[in-house]
Design a protein around this ligand. Sequence first.
Ligand code: NAP
Length: 482
Amino acid sequence: MVSRVIPVKAFDLVVFGGTGDLARRKILPSLFRRFVAGQMPDNAYVIGVARSEFDTNGYQDLVIAALQEFEPELSASGELKSFIKQIQYVQIDAQGDLGWSDLAGIVRKDAIQAFYFSVSPSLFGPLAEKLHQYSISSKSSRIVLEKPFGRDLNSARALNAVLKEHFSEEQIYRIDHYLGKETVQNLMAVRFGNMLFEPLWNSQYIDHIQVTVAESVGVEGRGSYYDQAGAMRDMVQNHLMQLLCLIAMEPPAKFSPDAVRDEKLKVIRALDPINSKDIVRGQYSTVGTEKGYLEAVDNPSSKTESFIALKVQISNWRWAGTPFYLRTGKKLKARCSEIAVVFKETPHSIFGPDAGSHRNALVIRLQPDEGMMMDLTIKEPGPGGMRLIDVPLDMTFAEALGPEIGAVPDAYERLIMDVIRGNQTLFMRGDEVEAAWSWTDPVINQWVSKGTSPVSYDAGSSGPEDSMMLMHRDGRKWREIS
Ligand code: NAP
């Protein structure tokens, strides 16, 4: 069931921010897992880069500690010793000249070169400039950028312009790790690989679509960043927008980077401006001894939302009249991300009014327990009248694929290998990012100009009561967050 591992070609992956949280928690463990899986060849090197003073041995110790913390089982295997031989370090200041000549001496011209910018976005421009100035990068090098990609249209445009001074769009890999998730790609497989769904995938048969990305944690250690961003910038503009695009896009002619991204872009451009009555913003409040949002970000007058629910309309032939409801928030009752495609009721019930109201739903769950589920209406078993109940046809991958599910690569593994292979399908193009900001900017600007405050919701709840009303007034309801 699990895909064959095809080793990639020799590469040098330079991780700027190699000592940071993302490198230690995600990038390095992902590379280690690919190494153990046999995908990373012996002549591939990972070069950590940061200002901190380390020699290669010292950095290798940092990597070992990170892998022992975040990949404990695999680290206990003999593979760690071999992997670590492929790790190097260069001390560099992105904003000065320290270390750049050293890096130029290490990065090979005859291997694939990828530069992962796992640093603050304010350093993206200086890094691109220095790579060019020291002739480290070439026309075939790739650069990988983490979110956030700008905080509005102007800053995203400025960032794109700076990067494009030295790199073409084909060299730029903007990561949205949601696109690397197995289930998200499965959404495309289900839609475009089965005859069953695509004929029904439109406003004639689909009542509405709901997308929930709920987190049970609060802002944790990211308070100062988060308070400048909020749920709209941090989650909707990128992750939820990408999910919406994959659900709503037309079938691309082929599964190639630009064909897929062209279709996603058309969806974003077809989004109606959002009406303020279709938006609910929330901020979690203190419950018991748990800190509320204001305390957590240490800003008693903050008007930043930690929750948002939206009703979105796509003005095109396929979706006119079928709303998309999106919600995401922190400190909710459970960690749960899912897409539910809720079909319309049958046009006429032969079972009479007592049979109640029934709608099929295709539920694509991203976390926890990645999988898909189809709610079907069947006869309630047993004697008596014709009573109907809805039961889930469950295809939780862990059950369907057995223990091998553990071997399915996580999002970062897949995305990093795609960078090395030069496949941009699962990365955001510059025009997509800008189009997404053009849609969110007017809404955010209106909150700022009017000084609107989010409504309060209890930590551990399903979000503000108003978000329930957003659905309720349309005769619909959210699925349980569980
Ligand atoms: P972090 O823990 O603060 O790490 C920042 C890294 O950048 C450190 O290695 C730091 O090392 C290095 N650095 C800072 N200034 C530098 C300079 N002038 N020259 C060279 N290196 C410099 O940040 P992070 O959490 O890893 O996040 C990195 C990026 O990924 C950010 O853009 C963040 O928004 C994004 N991101 C992170 C996560 C996450 O889960 N952490 C998730 C999504 C996106 P020195 O101090 O030694 O120089």
